[in-house]
Design a protein. Structure first.
Length: 127
C-alpha cells in the first residue's frame, strides 16, 4: 500500500510539474517595418522659422513625399512615414496572440520665398 501511495504521489507531482512547465514556455517575436521618411523630433529641433531654408530641408531630410506650390511665394513640403510593428506571442497550451500597431507621422513645412515660415506635425496610432 505504501508503494502504491508513493507511486501515485510521484505521478501526480510529474503531471503537475509538466502542466505548469508547459504554461511557462513563452515564445515572443516582434517585427517592425518602416516606410517613408521619418522626420524625428531631433531633426525638428534643428529647424527654425525665418532661418531654415527650403534647400537646407531637402538637403538634410531628403526629397519630400510631395511639394505643393500654394502661390508664387509659398510652397509646402510634406514628409510622411509609417512604422508597422507586428507582435506574435505564444504561451504554450494556454494562449496564442498576434497584434499589430501602426504609427503614422506626417510633417508639413510651409516655406515662403525659400525660407521656413512654419511647420506642423500630424500623428496617428492604430492598434
Amino acid at each position: 500500500m505504501k508503494k502504491l501511495s508513493s507511486c501515485l504521489a510521484a505521478v501526480s507531482a510529474l503531471a503537475v510539474m509538466f502542466s505548469f512547465s508547459g504554461c511557462a514556455v513563452i515564445n515572443s517575436h516582434s517585427e517592425t517595418k518602416s516606410y517613408g521618411t521619418l522626420v524625428s523630433d531631433e531633426s525638428l529641433a534643428k529647424v527654425e522659422a525665418g532661418v531654415t531654408t527650403t534647400d537646407w530641408l531637402v538637403a538634410t531630410l531628403g526629397a519630400p513625399a510631395s511639394r505643393e506650390q500654394v502661390d508664387d511665394q509659398v510652397e509646402v513640403l510634406k514628409y510622411s512615414s509609417s512604422q508597422l510593428t507586428k507582435i506574435d506571442s505564444k504561451l504554450i497550451f494556454v494562449l496564442d496572440t498576434s497584434s499589430k500597431r501602426e504609427v503614422r507621422r506626417t510633417v508639413f513645412f510651409e516655406c515662403a520665398d525659400g525660407v521656413l515660415a512654419r511647420y506642423w506635425v500630424e500623428e496617428s496610432k492604430t492598434s
